[in-house]
Design a protein around this ligand. Structure first.
Ligand SMILES: [Zn+2]
Length: 110
């Protein structure tokens, strides 16, 4: 399935209390990763050679799952005041996605 085939209708959010600064060793590892050349796929699209083990948001690390929301609380019930909004849509199959939000987002799609 291609991402264009998905009907993405929820935004992404993280819990405020799960955002933290990178540790010095994590910063160093990310700097090393940034030096690895991009891989060019047939067709010319350049992609990162390997995904980061960290979920980096605006220079910090989200130490928890990514949740789906549509302006209010997350689908799994975290109050609006306890979350921050990320600048992309929620992707249920994403490797950092909250399993409850993913299941509810998939159910909404069907
Ligand atoms: Zn959730």
């Amino acid at each position: 399935m291609d991402i264009q085939d998905l009907d993405l209708r929820f935004g992404s959010a993280g819990r405020n209390d799960q955002l933290r600064p990178l540790t010095p060793s994590e910063s160093e590892a990310e700097e090393e990763r940034a030096k690895i050349p991009m891989k060019v796929l047939p067709g010319g699209r350049a992609v990162s050679p390997g995904p980061s083990p960290l979920q980096i948001v605006g220079g910090e690390v989200l130490d928890g799952p990514e949740h789906a929301h549509s302006g209010g609380p997350t689908l799994c019930g975290i109050p609006k005041d306890d979350i921050f909004v990320m600048r992309h849509l929620f992707y249920p199959e994403g490797r950092f996605s909250c399993p409850v939000c993913a299941a509810l987002a998939r159910a909404d799609r069907n």
